[in-house]
Write a protein that binds this ligand. Structure first.
Ligand SMILES: *Cc1c(COP(=O)(O)O)cnc(C)c1O
Length: 853
């Protein structure tokens, strides 16, 4: 048949329903279950069919069904309530931000990320990084931050995963239909869809800009699928993490450089720029280029301003997560860029080299070099990042490497089951939703009757089991398995059995099949008479990660074996839908990464708000979250060089903990059949973790520790025709050029350390002489650096500032200090000098440091 044309008929909405359309285009609905209910109740079947996508739902819903609802007063009343809540949210003047920073509401923050996991209808995320960005935006909206997010529109999104009959992962891509998504054109001042262009490698590539509304904030997405571009350029932004390194560098040029141009095109002038992971770090180069043009600054002067306004968050210590590009590729795409910055090729490339001899330009190093404020995503990851990036600051002790940490969180209302939310609404203080970051908000959890919490949990577990069975049936049908095999799925999973969830990207360091290291032992645990255990797995492997595919295959094979069949489930296509069902419905959430490679991990934070208990390696966030009463740990904090030993010990620990602690506690019930002690632990999990591992707490911390200082700092440097930026740049140059003249001289013994005896709290008088050459003493900080003496060096170092007490000669000064140490122990000390300037964000960032000779 020859088709002549397409006719796209969009349902006409009765006036009363027009507001439902406004809400459909604002992802606010995705964390407000009352809004979701309004759509699904009109036509449940259609709601499921359109993938729970309100935009598409309203386009396809029948007039008859709408009319029927119009006559249902209770429904219409609820519609009015939801619309009123939405309007109130959107126009609210009284937010956390406006209350705390009323003078700064005119400033704004731009946030750059390669992926955003906002909701499954918009599959432009791959995993944890994207979900974190999405949750960050939602909390930025809830807290009222002046915030704009920037990303790429991937027309084909990220791949969907199929697991074939042999247990191998297959990937597929679907074209998203933009007209059916909560995505609108972003208009510029002239009322046209905003468009930007970038010239690189001898051609100009164009992108148009789309807008996604996330509550009160906007996410702008670039899309190179425009008519002016060549076919290959049109496909440039089509897939998240698709294509080769050439695709990757071009996508990152768009994300970073293009992102700044989008803000310009839309007339948005942020004072803070947050690079969420290194993919966007070319952004800083474009900012410098603009400052040079617009303010007539030198490269170094402009760098001071960019540094003051840029924040960088690193998300993984795994090398594959840190992009690098070969230098020839940098030449190809940036060959005419460094000239515009007024610097040489050498100086340009050096910005992204970890060590001077490296042949790869590292995006993380570029971000670390450009951003004045930097952080990892948990306390442990902060320390690991200071260690692995210490090459960037070779002279600086690892503990002073200028990378701090802000521990990740999750957007509570996005991951909270509506059923548990009902309990919170009933038993917590009214308004708990507006102070999720406050531990006091969750005090009322103790008031929830055990039975009510348990029954709600069982209901959610049953819902999960139905969800899993439906998915497994579809999976088996798609693989052409027999009808008998499909029917068998109805006997999968026992609603009364202890149910463990394990879902995350199948990167090998996450060791998804660790629990199967000793098959006989785990088989006994799963089949313990009267105390059965079952495990549900899900996760995607990176297409290029061969060993991760083997892990999927291995779990799939085991799931078919006697003793595991129906008890070990491997669900395909892990995404936010699967995640939501799992983190609301299992009993225990297991995580066993190879420490310390899990930078934070967030899925365990999603479960705790639903009363699910974590069982995890002490890695990432769980090092901070675990308090002895809110879950269990696997292994201890020991890290082995030998992976086999580590895997053996950790798997043994899993079995021991299951056998001795977890299974007995789960099956220990009172006369009413309620596991009272288990429920106490569920409540501990909620009370101790829910507030602290929320993105509300996290974004608040970003605001207080990063965004606001960056606003103030960059504003100061820009004032008065950038005079402070010029003098800061001069200061750094002057110090750098003359630093060789700085020397510290301490009185010391020839071959051994000086030895003092001191009582706790007693003051010890220490002095050091300092020679500064051409540098003014006011530009230098002199400190004693001390700590526990161990294996010939200092551990747990501390430092204390010394006072200049005497001029001894020409640029020679005496510094002293009364050092008081409270805790007993054997200490060692030395002295050091570092730069000092009120506008330095972190004095170690310059890399200049002089130790006593
Ligand atoms: C939360 C989430 C992740 C991240 O989980 P981790 O525990 O941090 O690995 C990955 N993918 C999806 C779909 C998620 O919802």
């Amino acid at each position: 048949m020859y088709l002549v044309g397409k006719i796209n008929v969009i349902s006409a909405l009765p006036d009363k329903f027009k507001r439902l359309n406004d809400i459909a285009y604002n992802l606010w609905w995705s964390w407000n279950p009352e809004a979701i209910d309004l759509y699904r109740e009109i036509d449940l079947e259609l709601w499921e069919k359109v993938g729970k996508n309100p935009v598409r739902f309203l386009q396809e819903v029948s007039q008859k069904k709408l009319q029927a609802k119009l006559e249902e007063q209770a429904y219409m009343d609820r519609l009015d309530t939801v619309v009123a809540d939405f309007d109130k949210y959107m126009t609210e003047k009284d937010t956390w931000y406006s209350r705390n920073y009323p003078e700064r509401t005119g400033k704004s923050i731009a946030y750059f990320s390669a992926e955003y996991g906002l909701n499954e209808v918009l599959p432009i995320y791959s995993g944890g990084l994207g979900v974190l960005s999405g949750d960050h935006c939602k909390s930025a909206s809830d807290l009222g931050l002046p915030f704009t997010a920037i990303g790429l529109f991937y027309k084909q999104g990220y791949f969907s995963q199929r697991i074939n009959i042999h247990g191998w992962q297959e990937t597929c891509f679907n074209n998203l239909n933009i007209s059916q998504l909560p995505v609108l054109p972003a208009f510029d001042a002239s009322g046209r869809q905003a468009e930007i262009s970038i010239t690189f490698a001898g051609r100009t590539v164009f992108a148009k800009v789309w807008r996604v509304q996330i509550g009160r904030i906007n996410l702008y997405l670039m899309d190179t699928d425009v008519a002016q571009n060549s076919p290959s350029d049109r496909a440039l932004t089509s897939r998240l993490y698709g294509g080769d390194q050439e695709t990757r560098i071009q996508q990152e040029i768009f994300l970073g450089i293009g992102g700044i141009r989008v803000l310009d095109a839309l007339g948005i002038h942020p004072s803070v720029y947050h690079m969420n992971e290194g993919h966007s770090s070319f952004m800083g180069l474009e900012l410098i280029r603009k400052l040079i043009n617009e303010r007539h600054l030198t490269f170094k002067e402009a760098l001071q301003i960019v540094s003051a306004s840029a924040v960088f968050t690193t998300h993984t210590p795994v090398p594959a997560g840190n992009d690098t590009f070969p230098l020839y590729m940098m030449d190809k795409y940036f060959g005419d860029f460094w000239g515009q910055l007024g610097i040489s090729r050498y100086d340009f490339l050096e910005l992204g080299l970890k060590k001077p001899e490296d042949q790869n330009f590292n995006m993380t190093v570029l971000a670390l070099t450009l951003a004045g404020r930097k952080n990892g995503v948990s306390e442990l990851h902060g320390a690991v990042s200071r260690d692995i990036f210490s090459d960037v600051w070779p002279e600086v002790p690892k503990s002073d490497v200028p990378i701090t940490h802000i521990t990740n969180g999750i957007h509570t209302l996005t991951w909270l089951s509506p059923k548990i939310k009902e309990l919170y609404d009933k038993y917590l203080e009214p308004g708990w939703k507006n102070s999720i970051y406050d531990s006091a908000a969750f005090k009322g959890v103790d008031l929830i009757p055990d039975e009510e919490l348990w029954n709600t949990h069982l209901e959610l577990k049953q819902k999960l089991i139905s969800f899993v069975r439906d998915r497994m049936k579809a999976q088996k049908l798609a693989n052409g398995e027999s009808m008998e095999a499909v029917r068998h799925v109805d006997s999968f999973l026992d609603p009364d059995a202890l149910t463990i969830g394990f879902a995350r990207r199948f990167a090998t360091y996450k060791r998804a099949n660790l629990i199967f290291r000793n098959l006989a032992r785990i088989q006994n645990i799963l089949n313990n008479p009267g105390k059965p255990v079952q495990v549900i797995f899900a996760g995607k492997a990176h297409p290029a990660d061969g060993p991760a595919h083997e892990v999927i295959k291995n779990i799939n094979d085991i799931a078919k074996q006697e003793g595991f069949y129906g008890k070990v489930i491997l669900l395909e296509n892990y995404n936010m839908t699967v995640a939501r069902n799992l983190v609301q419905g299992v009993d225990v959430w297991m995580n066993n990464p190879r420490r310390p490679l899990e930078a934070s991990g967030t899925s365990g934070q999603k479960v705790c708000i639903n009363g699910i208990i974590n069982f995890s390696i002490l890695d990432g966030w769980w090092c901070e979250g675990y308090n002895g009463e809110n879950g269990w740990v696997i292994g201890d904090e020991t890290e082995f060089d030998n992976e086999t030993s580590q895997d053996n010990i950790d798997s043994e620990s899993i079995y021991d903990m299951l056998e001795q602690k977890i299974v007995p506690l789960f099956y220990k019930v009172n006369e009413k059949g309620i596991p009272v002690e288990w429920i106490a632990m569920m409540k501990n999990s909620i009370k101790s973790l829910a507030w602290n591992y929320s993105t509300d707490r996290m974004v608040k911390e970003y605001a207080e520790r990063m965004y606001l200082p960056a606003m103030e700092g960059s504003e100061k440097l820009l004032n008065d025709n950038c005079s402070a930026a010029r003098s800061l740049s001069y200061f750094k140059e002057h110090l750098k050029n003359n630093w060789a003249q700085v020397q510290l001289m301490a009185e010391k013994n020839e071959n051994e350390l000086k030895d003092y005896k001191s009582n706790s709290g007693q003051e010890l008088y220490l002095t050091v002489n300092a020679q500064f050459g051409a540098i003014d003493p006011s530009s230098v900080e002199v400190e004693v650096y001390y700590g526990i003496f161990e294996n010939g060096s200092i551990t747990s170092p501390r430092s204390a500032r010394m006072d200049c007490v005497e001029k001894l000669g020409d640029s020679l000064y005496k510094y002293s200090l009364n050092l008081k140490i409270e805790d007993g122990g054997e200490y060692a000390y030395t002295f050091r000098a570092t730069p000092r300037h009120p506008d330095l964000i972190n004095r170690f960032d310059t890399g200049l440091i002089r130790w006593v000779m």
